[in-house]
Design a protein around this ligand. Structure first.
Ligand code: GAR
Length: 266
């Protein structure tokens, strides 16, 4: 079977990245890790890429955001950036959010995302982009340029909670503090919202009364390292299909959601 080309974006330690690289190398995933991009310089995940001779690049978001705060005119927006179009598509902010804040967010992210896309271009065709501890929300600017066919999404993320519970930056912390008796992790495709895209796979683990937050994170990561490669292998084998589902509820409301159907291996 032909191997798929995988790119990864990270922000930190990269233990999920390591699990994916190992799975590619030992044949558990029919894929090849082609590049690793980071929004943070000097992180352990970049060292992991180097150890495996995988090219890497860094696009720092921080300096772009700081320049914009000093003076928006300091920041050159990409020629193909249409703020109104991205504003209308994004679901990252509620309608009540201040327009100024949303503008600043979308403009600075488009600049960073344009750089990410230019770096990625150098590696030719990528079948799947995996977010492996990438702590930045991607906006429709990036998503539409990478994901040209919305029916076949190809940006995956792993999130440290059983979505749709506890989206955001601290899934295990939120799960632990809430007093949940089970925790879990979710692999999903990216859409225009925060951790809201179609779910590919989930795993759970028990949380005992004696568990600390560190125990929850350790148990969770152990599940993540198994779940992510498994989901990527489904993608590599063309087993993932998105389907638009419509449900008519007893109260007359209509609930619509795109879900992922997983074909069983032959
Ligand atoms: C993982 O727990 C992952 O689920 C989480 O960050 C950690 C990265 O660990 N991702 C997010 O919270 C994304 N919003 P790693 O760098 O060791 O793979």
């Amino acid at each position: 079977m032909e191997k798929i080309c995988i790119g990864a974006l990270i922000s930190g330690g990269g233990t999920n990245l390591q699990a994916i690289i190992d799975a590619c190398e030992n044949g558990t995933i029919d894929g090849k890790m082609v590049f690793v991009g980071s929004d943070q310089p000097g992180v352990k995940g970049l060292e992991r890429a180097k150890t495996h001779n995988i090219p890497s690049f860094v696009v720092e978001y921080g300096p772009i955001i700081q320049s914009f705060r000093r003076d928006p005119a300091e920041v050159a927006l990409p020629d193909d950036f249409d703020l109104d179009e991205i504003m209308a598509k994004q679901h990252l902010f509620p309608a009540s959010a201040s327009e100024e804040r949303v503008h600043a967010f979308l403009c600075t992210r488009a600049v960073a995302e344009h750089r990410l896309l230019s770096e990625m271009d150098a590696f030719g065709h990528i079948d799947l982009l995996v977010l492996a501890g990438f702590m930045r929300n991607l906006t429709p600017y990036f998503i539409n340029r990478f994901n040209r066919d919305p029916a076949n999404p190809r940006i995956m993320n792993i999130h440290p909670a059983i979505l749709p519970s506890f989206p955001g930056v601290d899934g295990y912390g939120d799960t632990f503090r809430y007093g949940c008796k089970v925790g879990g992790c979710t692999v999903h495709f990216i859409d225009y919202g925060e951790d809201s895209g179609p779910i590919v796979g989930q795993r759970t683990f028990p949380i005992l009364e004696t568990d600390t937050l560190d125990d929850v994170k350790r148990k969770g990561l152990e599940q993540e390292w198994q779940l992510y490669p498994e989901c990527i292998q489904h993608f590599a084998h063309g087993r993932l299909k998105t389907m638009k589902m419509t449900h008519h509820l007893d109260n007359g409301q209509i609930f619509q959601r795109t879900i992922v159907a997983i074909a069983q291996p032959a």
